[in-house]
Ligand binder design. Structure first.
Ligand code: SF4
Length: 511
């Protein structure tokens, strides 16, 4: 598999006296489309401080006995299941206290940045914040002190800003990196999930700060890659594959977004064969120029995040776009040649009623009647309270109630000839449990894994340990309640989140 890889940087010859495994909780094909994971690997690999090896759920590491450090990317709540099975594949005990004679195990990524507490007994340390420099610092310290005891190394790690060592707990400041270089696909592989796609990170974070959005709050402030760096990366992508994907939660907020689109459009007009795609568009990014570029670069459909159907509810979540803006975006998409749009939304949001759902249906009806022949579909997930967001204090609506709402929407949209996909409300419930979990759930997560990790395993594990899962998923919390992740210092801090929560809920009465 790996002999079909093309390295776009100077690949190390692996003769260092220290070996790091970077674990990806998914298969090789997915790992090769995971920009952050590949970039962190590149940083260690090209630094020559260590031999770096990528380990996926379906690959086998060369020599487990030689590994000094084993780090995992932890991006999705359910990743713990694959991480545990990968540890066991190499006969590594799950709990840090049982790992005498084994390498130190660590994790980084959005899930553990937001709340590492449900996983604290399984990892020796966590990287909190942007990983590029932090990873190198951790590897360096471990390498320079590799003859010292684990305990001594952990004590030293705990003194590095941005590293959380559960054995030596204290306040941990999240690390935010200046985005002065452009992160792009450093290794191309024919076996990548997005074959031959050259992914370019245009910006990190999103300044819109929707009340529920972890991707925004975890990555504030919004940082944009300098234009020259972007163009260099785009040129490299055009030279290597010609298939470019621009990534970022809010790429349209990049001050040079339109120039970048024009740059690519002009290349296409001058005869270059370029395919280009973008991560979902914000309504205000849909302009004639942008859609023209996407269409000329081969994109047929796109996604538009509207989050909620009524203007009232969009104000509550801080997504201040009007119905007219949505309708206008659809028109622009259509007249410039896109074949269809998928609109993304969320159900079960705080203060949502059936009136808001009826607004989605009314909006769908209007879009449909004003854009005959244009393909419109919907995708919905359900609200999950996430740590370090203004909505972290809100519990979810009861599962049955959200399922009823989803069924209602599905039926009504079906009547209009519109398909709608919904995430599993039951899985979203358990995601919420994990999101707001504390250390009391350490045994629970291991038991879920032992019982096979399906929905039934979550229920059975909660029953076995007498865990009131509704407390984590459904209850509204008081503002003065200490939260398990309070020890992680983020900007903006808790005071701001409380005031933002109050401000947004005040919007709920606006018609
Ligand atoms: S616009 Fe999208 S990425 Fe930005 S805060 Fe809202 S949901 Fe998050």
């Amino acid at each position: 598999m790996k002999n079909k890889e093309v390295f776009l940087y100077k690949h190390s010859i692996n003769n260092a006296d220290f070996t790091v495994w970077l674990g990806f909780p998914g298969n090789y094909a997915f790992s090769m489309s995971s920009l952050g994971y590949l970039w962190l690997f590149k940083k260690i690999d090209e630094s020559d401080i260590a031999n770096a090896e990528r380990i996926c759920s379906d690959t086998v590491g060369a020599n487990p006995c030689d590994v000094n450090l084993f780090g995992f990317s932890f991006s999705f709540d359910m990743d713990f299941l694959t991480i545990f099975s990968m540890l066991e594949k190499y006969n590594i005990p799950l709990r840090a206290k049982d790992r005498k004679g084994f390498p130190l195990i660590f994790a980084g990524g959005p899930v553990v940045n937001a709340n590492p507490e449900p996983y604290k007994v399984f990892f020796d340390f966590f990287l909190i914040g942007d990983g590029e420099d932090l990873n190198i610092k951790a590897v360096n310290l471990c390498r320079e002190n590799k003859d010292k005891s684990k305990d001594e190394i952990l004590r030293m790690l705990s003194q590095i800003e941005g590293i959380y060592v559960p054995k030596y707990p204290h306040k941990v400041k999240k690390i935010t990196k200046k985005l002065d270089e452009c992160v792009y696909t450093p290794i191309l592989s024919e076996n990548s999930f997005f074959k031959d796609t050259f992914i370019i990170e245009m910006s990190r974070g999103c300044a819109n700060r929707c009340g529920f959005c972890l991707a925004s709050y975890l990555n504030l402030p919004l940082r944009c890659v300098p234009y020259d760096e972007l163009i260099k990366a785009i040129d490299l992508g055009i030279e290597k594959t010609g298939r470019i994907a621009l990534l970022g939660a809010q790429i349209s907020a990049h001050p040079h977004f339109h120039e970048v689109c024009k740059y690519i459009y002009d290349k296409i007009q001058s005869g270059k064969n370029i395919e280009m795609s973008v991560s979902s568009l914000r309504v205000d990014a849909v302009t004639d120029d942008v859609v023209k570029t996407l269409v000329s670069a081969g994109q047929k459909n796109s996604t538009l995040a509207i989050e909620a159907g009524s203007e009232r509810l969009r104000k509550v979540i801080n997504k201040n776009i009007t119905e007219e803006q949505i309708l206008n975006a659809v028109k622009i998409a259509r007249r410039n040649g896109l074949k269809g749009l998928k609109l993304y939304g969320m159900t079960g949001l705080p203060t949502e009623t059936y009136d808001d759902l009826n607004e989605i249906i009314r909006l769908a009806k209007r879009i449909k009647s004003e854009n005959k022949g244009f393909d419109i579909s919907f995708g919905f997930s359900s609200f999950v309270p996430k740590p370090n967001t203004p909505f972290q204090w809100f519990g979810r609506e009861a599962t049955k109630s959200v399922e009823d709402k989803n069924n209602y929407l599905k039926k009504e949209l079906h009547k209009l000839g519109i398909t709608a996909h919904f995430s599993s409300v039951k899985w979203d419930y358990w995601q919420a449990v994990l999101s707001r979990a504390d250390e009391a759930l350490n045994d629970f997560v291991e038991e879920v894994y032992r019982q096979g990790g399906k929905l039934g395993a979550f229920k059975a594990a909660a029953k076995k340990f007498g865990i009131n899962s509704d407390y984590y998923a459904l209850e509204n919390y008081e503002f003065d309640k200490p939260l398990p992740w309070d020890f992680i210092e983020m900007k903006p801090g808790k005071e701001f989140l409380i005031s933002e929560n109050k401000r947004l809920i005040n919007n709920s009465e606006v018609s």
